[in-house]
Ligand binder design. Structure first.
Ligand code: FES
Length: 574
């Protein structure tokens, strides 16, 4: 491999010229206290940090950036920490998904407009992983992903609690009157007790695992708990490695091939990953110019067993997964299903990185001969209700409901749902199919995680804990139930979901991959003439740009002008 020379570094266009801009760039670095030799002739590493006091999942990243810097200095680079939008799943409304593309744009432009040769991307809370990677792919300078790490197991009265999953289960019991106020406060105190992202196999753990499967993290990085000192050493390792990646000119688009995406989908099925991963992988691949059809997810799901026994599909948490051997051990179990020659950020192939990785606990990571399920956790549905596809996580659903025909109970939007779901006169039974409209990419807007519609109180009182639920929304990766999600096209743009009325029959056949609205074509045509497009929510600002340019779920919800494979000019330096 030919190594680049100092004069090849893009940062040197800023720092070396003996002209007025060069003088200005050097003098301002000296203003911060650096010497000329600190930043000339060396790779300048941008540490894109999504730390914030409003993002509890990333609360430790301010301090961990210091370990990255130490690693960069050790390897002969020059680190600069750059804050970026701290998308937080907990607090951002109407939906953090609305802002994924904004962070992707911010990442790309931060890397482009400044003297950066390589990037360490620090994130983890759901949307930050795809957003940072999308931006880095489009900029396509050497980049390494640094996962924030999952938080420690939750603990309440000696019971292990998992983020989201157990909160939802216990809240359902609280609504059913089975948990006292005092117990509820105990749950609140014990469910999130260290920095780090949600420690179930939610979207955060799924996406960091997929970043590792794609080859964009150091091996084993995805599941190191945030509170474990292995995490600090991994941060240091990212700092070391990115400097070499710059000299080697190893860029995201060299790593992210079609085979790498197939590896990621395979791993997604084996970990029973979040349904959100489908949208994000389609968007990430789109940035590389690689189209991923939803059918590819379904094909791969047919041949991949579920091996990660992690909530919500299984019993354990990410801390257990790390102690059990982590993603390397899981991938070693399915090595025959992976493209082992894919390159990764550490300069080795996936095959080399997982060679010899053993399972330490065979209940947490199941061997192939004792899989949790023989086929993948997520399947794609199509039919008259979802011509462009829909998604269901069968591993977290109730098996008897996976083949079901029931009568629709329709909610026009989330406010309608909140207003009527617990109305004693709601005509709902345990065989009903709950339908939520106006919750998609445009309708939400931002496709909020409303897809796990609540069970009506009157059914909770009868002991019912699951129903077939259908929407154009997403669902948290920590959620569960027989929830059909991402129905495309969404109702806001006039997809068939917009035409469903109370009393219609809907048929779900997960095994047959079918989702049908059992209403005649002539009746649907009549309803279509009556349908009026709902008013859009944003008239100005980023929201207006989002509404104008976002694509549907089956295309990854990227902006139509960002998925295109067009070159953007390097900035001129005057
Ligand atoms: Fe950040 Fe769940 S809230 S990962």
């Amino acid at each position: 491999m030919t190594k680049r020379k100092p004069e090849d570094l893009r940062s040197q266009r800023w720092f070396v010229p003996e002209n007025a801009p060069g003088f200005s760039h050097r003098s301002r670095m000296k203003q911060i206290g650096y010497r000329r030799e600190d930043f000339t002739g060396k790779p300048v590493i941008g540490i894109i940090n999504t730390w914030s006091e409003i993002n509890p999942c990333h609360y430790h990243l301010r301090e961990r950036a210091e370990f990255v810097k130490r690693g960069v200095w050790q390897a002969g680079g020059f680190p600069v920490e750059i804050p970026a939008m701290p998308i937080t799943e907990v607090y951002m409304r109407p939906s953090p998904m609305l802002y994924r593309n904004l962070l992707a744009m911010e990442t790309e432009e931060l890397l482009r407009c400044m003297p950066i040769d390589g990037a360490v991307l620090m994130g983890g809370c759901d949307k930050t992983t795809p957003a940072l990677l999308m931006g880095a792919i489009s900029m396509n300078i050497p980049a390494i992903y640094l996962p924030a790490g999952p938080m420690l197991r939750g603990n309440w009265n000696g019971k292990v609690l998992g983020s989201g999953t157990d909160a939802r289960k216990l809240y359902t019991e609280r609504c059913a009157g089975n948990i006292t106020e005092e117990e509820w406060i105990g749950v609140e105190n014990g469910i999130a007790r260290s920095p780090g992202f949600c420690m179930t196999m939610g979207t955060a753990s799924t996406m960091t695992s997929l970043a590792e499967a794609l080859g964009m993290t150091l091996p084993g990085a995805a599941s190191i708990p945030a509170a474990d000192s292995n995490h600090q050493r991994m941060c240091l390792g990212c700092g070391n490695r990115i400097v070499d990646m710059v000299w080697e000119d190893l860029k995201p688009q060299d790593i992210l091939t079609r085979d790498a995406f197939e590896n990621a989908i395979t791993v997604d099925m084996a970990i029973a990953g979040s349904t959100n991963a489908i949208i994000h992988l389609v968007a990430l691949a789109g940035r590389c110019g690689i189209p991923l059809d939803l059918e590819l997810f379904d094909d791969i799901s047919h041949r991949v067993p579920v091996l990660a026994n992690i909530r919500p599909s299984g019993a354990y948490l990410m801390e257990d997964f790390f102690y059990a051997g982590g993603l390397r051990a899981l991938m070693a179990q399915i090595a025959d299903l992976l493209h082992l020659d894919c390159r990764t950020v550490n300069g080795h192939t996936i095959g080399e990185n997982i060679a010899g990785a053993a399972i330490i606990n065979k209940d947490v990571i199941r061997p192939r001969d004792n899989a949790l399920a023989d086929t993948g956790g997520t399947v794609i549905l199509r039919g008259s209700l979802a011509p462009d596809g829909a998604v269901i996580k069968i591993s977290a659903a109730t098996p008897r409901l996976l083949q079901h025909t029931g009568t629709a109970v329709v909610f026009k939007n989330y406010n309608d749902l909140e207003a009527r779901i617990n109305d004693p006169s709601l005509p709902v039974t345990e065989d009903s199919v709950l339908v939520l409209q106006s919750a998609g990419p445009l309708g939400g807007p931002g496709m909020p995680e409303w897809g796990m519609l609540p069970i009506p109180k009157k059914l909770l009182d009868q002991g019912v804990r699951d129903l077939v639920r259908i929407s154009d929304a997403r669902m948290s990766g920590t959620a569960y139930g027989t929830c059909v999600l991402h129905v495309s096209p969404e109702s806001h743009v006039g997809g068939p979901l917009a035409l469903v009325k109370d009393g219609d029959k809907i048929s779900l056949d997960a095994a047959g991959r079918k989702l049908d609205l059992l209403v005649s074509e002539s009746e649907l045509a009549a309803r279509r003439t009556q349908w009026k497009k709902p008013v859009s929510s944003f008239a100005r600002g980023y929201g207006a740009l989002y509404l104008e340019r976002v694509t549907q779920a089956n295309r990854g919800c990227d902006f139509d002008f960002l998925g295109e494979h067009l070159a953007t000019p390097e900035p001129e330096i005057h």
